[in-house]
Design a protein around this ligand. Structure first.
Ligand code: GDP
Ligand code: MG
Length: 163
């Protein structure tokens, strides 16, 4: 059976962009309106000799990003339950927000192995947020850019060690 990897994080951090990069096709809708309702998406990934199924968790119509609504929590919890590894994504430009801490708590409680991704870290704008991410207590963040393909090598190494 193929291992399963869930992409988890608050709306607008770049989960769907990462999903599309891993799957190699634009299966997930990327949208910069936070909290636009999107279906959960799954895809098969072949990534430098690794094969796994990836789940992109959707946003919600809830406009308040700091609120972990019940539906989003349930969907995220269900995805984590099915998964062997969680890719926990934060926006390195925005830094760590209260909503990130809420999702981090869900992941921590699940006991599922987690790889922390500080996305949007291209250029210098993401450095502060990437350092901020250490405070989540989910391990060392990988500075990443789903849009520009930076950090892909480090992610591969982390997945290889975890899967
Ligand atoms: P999701 O809600 O977590 O699925 O986030 P999306 O993948 O829909 O992306 C939200 C916004 O962030 C979109 O405007 C993306 O183009 C943008 N985005 C995603 N990845 C990156 C990145 O690596 N760098 C930058 N600067 N923007 C990104
Ligand atoms: Mg999305």
């Amino acid at each position: 059976d193929m291992p399963t990897v869930a992409i988890v994080g608050r709306p607008n951090v770049g989960k769907s962009t990462l999903f599309n990069r891993l799957v190699g096709r634009k299966l997930a809708l990327v949208d910069d309106r936070p909290g636009v309702t999107r279906d959960r998406r799954e895809g098969d990934v072949a990534f430098g000799g690794l094969k796994f199924r990836v789940i992109d968790t959707a946003g919600l119509e809830e406009a308040d990003e700091d609120t972990l609504t019940g539906r989003m929590r349930l969907q995220t919890e269900a995805a984590i339950l099915e998964s062997d590894v969680v890719l926990f994504v934060i926006d390195a430009r925005a830094g760590v927000l209260p909503a990130d801490r809420g999702f981090a708590e869900l992941v921590r409680r699940s006991g599922c192995p987690v790889i922390l991704i500080a996305n949007k870290a291209e250029g210098t704008g993401g450095l502060a947020g990437a350092y901020d991410a250490f405070s989540l207590g989910l391990g060392d963040p990988i500075p990443f850019s789903a849009e520009h393909g930076e950090g892909v090598g480090e992610l591969h190494t982390a997945l290889q060690e975890t899967l």
